[in-house]
Design a protein around this ligand. Structure first.
Ligand code: 2NL
Length: 369
């Protein structure tokens, strides 16, 4: 093994008798050839090899030249020639190894940065619909099926359309239940944020006359003390049907169909008389409890009913104010809060969560179209 190694790595120069220096050149060359056969794994391996042979301070090659002056003058020229040849060989070899290493580094970098354009890619998660939007769209579908059309209008209204056309006289105590945010009190009819979507129905009656069947979903505002079941900004759907011979029976049948489609066919509707200035008679509308089916449970406080809407037959003064003859036409109207319907259907206890934008809540609602 030793012999073989020497046979392969010893150049002819090393055998020339050159006392005091020739062997040093041969030894340096041999050592370099051996070291350069070791694989270079990294740039630091390469720098170590280069430094050991060519390093200005401690490199073996510069050390050879430092020896020259210790030789007898007669040998200096021959030694110098052989040392220069060795230096050239080592420098060329080091340069080649450096280039090889650079090529390998470049290949590794390219491989690590490679993008496989044939991969399918990561699909961004689709956003979902807000629960109130899901409920609104379901209700719209139910009424579209019954022949209603959908109307909308401004959220910034005036006192005339929000209150007076709906038979709330100025200073009437019924206004207290719909205190709102006034935007401009000095206008001929003060500007305010609408407290219900009824003013859109007033606009539609004035514009289209009778007969008319519309629902009006939309955002409304009230100056409420905010708690788990009251928000100052919420969503409503109002409905209006005006035609010849409309009665409370039509209202009852419509509400039962609506509840049946939304909550399940077993759901009943209950009317209890109440007062709203814009209807006569007025009724509070309850659905039989969707949890206990009317037997009485914690959700309906044992009553078997859940109050959901207000309704009634449109007051003759309201019809007349919109240019519809109350002797010829009658109508029913109803209003309900979308946020509370969402609370019931999705069983969350505090409607403020609808306004928080908390993804942990919103993510739970399926994407529906
Ligand atoms: C409630 C009460 C109601 C109406 C809304 C209405 C609209 C016109 C004429 C007559 Cl243009 N009435 N809407 C009628 C009764 C009740 O809503 O508690 N909503 C959440």
């Amino acid at each position: 093994m030793k012999e073989e190694e020497e046979g392969r790595s010893s150049p002819p120069e090393s055998r020339a008798p050159s006392p005091g220096g020739g062997d040093a050149v041969a030894a340096a060359l041999e050592e370099f050839r051996k070291a350069s056969r070791e694989p270079l794994d990294s740039r630091s391996d390469f720098e170590r090899l280069k430094g050991r042979f060519l390093g200005r301070e401690k490199g073996l090659v510069p050390a050879l030249f430092a020896n020259v002056k210790t030789l007898p003058p007669s040998e200096r020229a021959a030694f110098g020639a052989r040392a220069n040849a060795a230096k050239r060989e080592i420098e060329e070899s080091v340069a080649r190894l450096g280039e090889e290493l650079s090529r390998r580094e470049e290949r590794a970098r390219a491989a690590s940065e490679m993008v496989d354009v044939t991969l399918p890619g990561r699909r961004p998660r689709l956003g979902g619909l807000h629960p109130v939007t899901i409920v609104r769209r379901r209700i719209e579908q139910i009424f579209l099926r019954m022949g209603y059309s959908i109307a909308d209008g401004p959220e910034l209204e005036n006192d005339q359309y929000n209150f007076e056309a709906l038979n709330f006289p100025p200073e009437h105590p019924a206004r207290d239940s719909q205190d709102t945010f006034f935007v401009e009190r000095r206008a001929p009819s003060p500007l305010l944020l609408r407290t219900h979507t009824s003013p859109v129905q007033i606009r539609e009656m004035k514009k289209r006359g009778a007969p008319l069947k519309i629902i009006v979903p939309g955002r409304v505002y009230r100056n409420e003390s905010v708690d788990a079941t009251h928000a100052a900004v919420f969503n409503q759907v109002e409905g209006l049907a005006v035609d010849r011979g409309i009665s409370l029976a039509d209202l009852k049948g419509t509400v039962e169909e609506f509840f049946g489609a939304l909550f399940g066919r077993e759901t009943r509707a209950r009317f209890i008389p109440t007062f709203f200035p814009f209807v006569e008679p007025g009724v509070d509308v309850a659905a039989s409890c969707i949890f206990c089916k009317g037997k009485g449970c914690g959700k309906c406080k044992g009553s078997g009913w859940i109050e959901l809407a207000g309704a009634g037959l449109v007051h003759p003064k309201v019809l007349a104010g919109c240019g519809i003859d109350p002797e010829e036409f009658s109508g029913f109207a109803f209003g309900l809060g979308l946020d509370r319907v969402a609370m019931l259907l999705y069983e969350f206890p505090d409607l403020r969560i609808l306004l928080d934008g908390d993804e942990r809540f919103l993510r739970q609602f399926a994407r529906e179209t």
